[in-house]
Design a protein around this ligand. Sequence first.
Ligand SMILES: [Zn+2]
Length: 390
Amino acid sequence: MEQLQGEKLKTYVSALADEIGPRPAGHPEEAQARAYLCEQLKAGGIMDIEEFTFPTIDTWGYAMIIPALLVVAGGLIASVGWIGTIIGGLMTLFGLYHLWQATIGRIQYQLLYPLYPKQPAGGMVLARIPAAQEAKHRVVLIGHTDSNKHRLSFSPLFKRGLQVSSSFMLLAAGFLLIAILLNIQVLMGLFTLAVAFSTAVLIVDEFGGFVDGANDNASAVACTLGIGKQAAQQPFQHVEVWLAFTGSEEVGHMGLNAVLNKYASELRDAWFIDFELVGSGRIAYVKRHSGLTYFRPYYPDADSVALASETTRMHPELKVTGENVVILEEVATLRRRGLRGICLVGLDDTGWLKHWHRYSDNSTNIEASALQQAAQFAWSMIEILDRRKS
Ligand SMILES: [Zn+2]
């Protein structure tokens, strides 16, 4: 299949990661990526294209640091008399709730969200490829256009502590609230200090520049585009394919939410396949997503897992396996909304995503073979659906 050739997919990665470069959510580069995609879709004969635009934050830092600072301030104020205890307690509760929302990817639904500084050029592109005959299934392929920052917390040294540190911050804020309620001054001081330490870590983490995002997630965009072009040339008989190039994923899955809000009823029974960092390593489907803390893992739906495992049986040559992965991505939002969803990823030998939120996430580290493997696996999943009667 010509459009799924790894080298061809790699040219899309280069166009996004090298020619356009880092694509922070809502910055002009993200809009350039959308323009490029619209051009590519039309060139591939895909004319049913819809563009969504919305203002967006460009880093999750706002959604974590501002609530964390509120918790710290709450802890300090709480030690000043009974009025301080009430105000400080409420601030801590409010901050803690926001931190929880941020760690599960619900940034856009934080009460404080309207106050964060916004970038104007956020958005996403949705395209549709009809089935040749009557459509019995709808498949939505997802690849996000935005890229994240180079982060110290994702370095080889610290990444294994990611869940520990986010869980630690939530626990410290939770225990601070309990200490305030019980008015135990020593513990209030201790937990305030712990949250202050976590906040300092979050601030340091914001100092990196934005990365090229070749693997995270131009690789996903490339696979989605390639499958779309192939399906336009060679339509499935009974599967309608939607391509969702979701923007602002790194700051709370905003592009995906925009599509789900608009097409809630059309997508109720759809099959969602999300690609993440599929440009390097061995391709796997995720059986268990850790989330950012130890408190809220999430799982693909049983139908999608059954479809993926059937695909692995029918295509052993693709060498795709099911794995438990440390990740937080758009399947979290899909599953929370009661929808189907499964994620395909590329992993290194130790089971981690490669070049995740690091400067090394550039096109020189992209392997055509991984892109092709991911695209072919997803294509094969759709083929199996296409043969199903209902
Ligand atoms: Zn990503």
